[in-house]
Design a protein around this ligand. Sequence first.
Ligand code: UGA
Length: 431
Amino acid sequence: MNIIVAGVGYVGTTTAVLLAELGCKVTGVDVNPDKIAALKNGQLPFYEPGLDQMLKKHYEAGNIAFSSDLGTVITDHDVIFICVGTPSQADGSADMRYVREVLSEIGATMESYKLIVMKSTVPIGTQVLAEQWIKEAQHQPYAFDVISNPEFLREGSAVYDAFHPDRIVIGSKSAEAATKLQVLYETLNCPVLTTTPATAEMIKYASNAFLATKISFINELARLCDALHVSITDVAAGMGYDPRIGMAFLRAGIGYGGSCFPKDVRSLLHTAAKQGMSLHLLQQAVNVNDTQYKYALHRLRDLLGTFQGKRIAVLGLSFKPETDDLREAPSLSIIPVLLTEGAVVQVHDPIASIPDGMRADKLTQHPSIEDTLLDVDAVLLCTEWNAYIQADWEKLLTVMKGSIMMDGRNALNRERLEALGYQYVGIGLGN
Ligand code: UGA
C-alpha cells in the first residue's frame, strides 16, 4: 500500500515509521520545507528516543520518502493519513486551519479514489466537515472516505506506543473502508473498536480528559495530604492496587503540561459550551492544574522566606522526560515567577533549552547538574529526567549553598536525600 502521511511532527513521523514497518511505502509530506530538508538528511526536527534509527533504516531502504508538495505526490498514493497539528485558539477551540488546508489540497488534486485517515485530534463532528471541505475543493466528484483513527501514543515513548497499542479505534461510515484499515493494522495484535466517526473523535477527547482529571484529582488531594501530614504517594499506591482504579496517572506533582492534555481539555470544554453545557468536573480539573505549580512555589517560598536574592536551581524544562517539548511545560510558568520575585535562576535540562522569549540576565542554563547547583539556596525539580534520579546527590550537596530540595515530581528517593542532609519536600508528602 502506498501511503501519504501529511504532517511530520512526532505523531506523523512515528506513524510513517510504523506504516513502513507494516510493509507500506510511505511519503511524509509537510508544508515546512526546513522540516522536510532536515528529515531528508536523516535529522529529526525534535527529540524522540529511538525514532531516528527507525527512520534512517526505512529511509535508506527506500520505504519512506519526503516531499513538501502534496499535490505532486498524491496521484501515486491511495491512502492519506492526516497528522497535522490542531493547536488551541484564544477561545479554547482547536485551530482547524492546517487540517482544512490539507483536506482542501487533497480535494483539489485528487484524480481517483482516496482513503483519508484522520489521526489529528479533531473536534467531534469534524469527519462530516472534512467530507464537505474535500467536496468543496474537488473539480470532479471522485469518491473518497474519511475515517477517524485517533492516536494514543505518548511523547517520549512514541515508538513503543505505536508498535504496542492498547487499542485501535476506527470510526468510519463505510464498513469497507474500516476493513482496509483493520487489515493494515492486523499484525499489531490489540483490540480493535469500530465505531461511528463522531464516537471515535469523542473517545480521543474522553481519554485525554479522563487522564488529565485523574492527575488533577491526585494533585488536589496532595494538597490536603500536606495539611494532614499524610503521604500522597502511599495513598496513591494503596488506591492503585484496586484494579478499578489502577496505579497509572496517580503521580502527584506540579501539574500536567504538553501539547495534548491542556489543548484537548480546553477544546472539549469549548465543544460542550457550544452545546450550552458546562463540564463542571473537567473545568475543575483545569483549575487545579492551573494552580498546581503555584502551590509548589508557595511551599518553596515558605521554606526560603522569600525568593528575593535567592539563587534557585530549576532541574528540567520539558513538560515530561524523554522529550524536548516545552509546550505548556510547568517550568515555563514557574521560572518567570521566580525571576519576577527577585530570584537568580540556574537551569538544567538534558535536551531542552530556555526559549528565546524567556531570556533574562538572572536566568542561565548550564550544561551539567553540578554547575547548575553551584551556590544555590534551593533546588526545584520540574521534570523527572533519569539523569536527576541517578545523580550523585551526595556530591551535589557539597556545591550547594543551602540544602532545600523541592521535588516537584515526587520522583527522588526521599529517605536517601534526607539521610544525606537535604531538607526534602515533595508535593503532598505531608512534610
Ligand atoms: C498524552 C496521552 O497520554 C497520550 O495517550 C495521547 O496520545 C497524547 O497525550 C496525545 O493526545 O497526543 P503526552 O502528552 O505525550 O501523552 O504525555 P503523558 O505521558 O500523558 O503526560 C502528560 C503530562 O501529565 C506530563 O506533563 C506528565 O508529567 C503529567 N503526569 C502524568 C503527571 O503529572 N502525573 C502522572 O501520574 C502522569
